[in-house]
Design a protein around this ligand. Structure first.
Ligand SMILES: [Zn+2]
Length: 324
């Protein structure tokens, strides 16, 4: 806009009603937040090669949704930093940081929608897109003492139109903990550095647990569990050093270091945090587990900007940038 036009336009400001002013205010805020998102994405982007063919002769080719677009001399295709990522083609960048904050706060779909001024379907879609990459981050190696324990989640077909079986009556308790078909076991493993992995299991027998334990401990690692026979069998079969804590006999700690208190504390934080969702659909259970792992990884150090990079799959990049 030319300076003279802008002067004219600004004169109109005094004629705005209070509602119009706050609307304008929101617009400007969203605009500013959108610029911040663009800046932050481009800072993390580090586009050095064509995402289509890997060619490294790139040149600038205009803009797309406020982001720098590149064109590849090799294949002639264009892309931006968002092309092919979970956040590609999502609209309203000005609300992304607010949404990231809503995820850190563990808001339900509905509450996140209200806070960010988007509709419920958008909120649902965004949650999924923002969490795809963080959910893939799971410890693949545990060092030293690794604590393992199962925790259970009630099976739920929430959100599914056709129930595979007769629906529960509200408040009707699921069958006995860990033994009925309606409880989904999850094995949580955590070392003393806080590295965490979790696995949805088919059951709690040795053959269900064994695949999760295979190869995850360091060669000198020691597995700590409760006294369940399944762990003993699986550990023996895999040749893993194992200490079983006989909780039912009142033993909590062996030799001053072997216990499962860290993993139990993790499980109870997980359960406490999940309560707000009032039972999660079993088909999405792993997304919630991943969401929680992500929150635990960053703890107090989390921020909407970190969450945005995490959504792009740049968690490690962030740590690199911060360390140097
Ligand atoms: Zn190319």
């Amino acid at each position: 806009m030319k300076t003279i036009e802008f002067k004219e336009w600004r004169k109109g400001l005094s004629e705005l009603s209070r509602e119009q002013r706050s609307e304008l205010d929101r617009e400007l805020h969203a605009h500013k937040a959108g610029n911040e998102v663009v800046e932050w994405l481009e800072r993390g982007g580090m586009l050095e090669a064509c995402i289509h063919c890997g060619g490294n002769r790139l040149y600038r080719w205009g803009k797309e949704a406020d982001l720098q677009r590149f064109r590849c001399r090799e294949c002639g295709k264009t892309f931006t930093v968002l092309t092919g990522t979970p956040l590609a083609r999502l609209r309203h960048k000005g609300r992304w940081l607010d949404y990231a904050q809503a995820l850190e706060d563990g808001l339900t779909v509905r509450k996140a929608a209200a806070r960010c001024g988007v509709d419920k379907n958008t909120s649902f879609r965004w949650r999924h897109r923002f969490l795809i990459r963080p959910c893939q981050e799971k410890a693949r190696h545990l060092e030293g003492i690794a604590e393992a324990d199962e925790t259970f989640f009630r099976e739920s077909f929430k959100g599914q139109r056709k129930l595979p079986r007769v629906a529960h009556r509200r408040g009707h308790p699921a069958s006995k903990r860990g033994t009925g078909k309606e409880q989904i076991p999850v094995l949580v493993m955590r070392d003393r550095h806080g590295a965490t992995a979790d696995f949805r299991l088919k059951g709690t027998a040795a053959e269900d647990i064994e695949p999760a334990l295979r190869g995850i401990l360091s060669p000198d690692g020691i597995l700590c569990t409760d006294g369940a026979a399944a762990y003993k069998i699986a550990a023996k079969h895999l040749g893993i050093a194992h200490r079983a804590i006989n909780l039912s006999a009142g033993v909590r700690v062996l030799a001053g270091v072997y216990h499962i208190q860290n993993v139990n504390a993790y499980d109870s934080r997980l359960k406490g945090w999940m309560r707000r969702f009032h039972g999660v659909a079993t088909k999405y259970l792993e997304n919630y587990l991943g969401w929680r792992r992500w929150l635990e990884r960053w703890g107090q150090g989390n921020s909407p900007r970190i969450a945005l990079w995490a959504a792009m799959g740049w968690e490690n990049r962030f740590q690199q940038v911060m360390q140097t």
